[in-house]
Ligand binder design. Structure first.
Ligand SMILES: [Zn+2]
Length: 175
């Protein structure tokens, strides 16, 4: 079992059919996952899971929101931005062999006796996908222009502080 599982877990044994909403507040460090220790996720992460349970299916809709600490692609100025993500998963109980194979990628089979849904991995991915690909402050006209190019966050932290000094006040495009 991987570390980080069980952060977002919903008990489903005895859950009545119908709609249920669960909310969680967590931190990136709860996930024990390198991708989420990114400084972007330094604040509280709010997760809402809406379950819609019927006879043999449970539809789970995940909504994440957090205020991310980002930096402008062009001038590297800090930018605080609320980001939200959404993801849906459909669970089906029973033996998957009986169901036949279906081409629904979001479909997941759930053992008949499952007592909980572990959505930790799904929430983690939702959070990662909710990161904006382009970040711009509105301090300089260049910042807004440069968002047309792909911002790269690949430089290492060590390199970053050097670059940060050199790039300040320069028109620069990260490619
Ligand atoms: Zn900027």
């Amino acid at each position: 079992m991987r570390k980080g599982h069980g952060v977002i877990e919903i008990r489903i044994s005895g859950l009545a059919p119908g709609r249920h909403v669960e909310t969680f507040t967590c931190r990136a460090t709860d996930f024990s996952e390198p991708g989420l220790t990114d400084p972007a996720f330094s604040g509280d992460i709010h997760v809402t899971v809406e379950l819609d349970k019927s006879d043999r299916e449970i539809a789970a809709k995940i909504v994440t929101s957090t205020v991310a600490s980002l930096s402008c692609d062009a001038c590297l100025a800090p930018v605080r931005q609320e980001i939200t993500g959404e993801y849906g998963v459909l669970f089906r109980t029973g033996d998957p062999e009986e169901e036949g194979t279906e081409d629904d990628e979001e479909f997941r089979s759930l053992p008949q006796n499952a007592s909980a849904l572990d959505l930790t991995e799904d929430v983690r991915e939702t959070l990662l996908l909710s990161l904006p690909t382009k970040v711009s402050c509105e301090r300089y006209p260049e910042c807004l222009e440069d968002t047309a190019t792909t911002g790269s966050g690949d430089e290492t932290d060590v390199a970053r502080s050097n670059w940060q000094e050199q790039l300040k006040g320069l028109k620069h495009k990260f490619d």
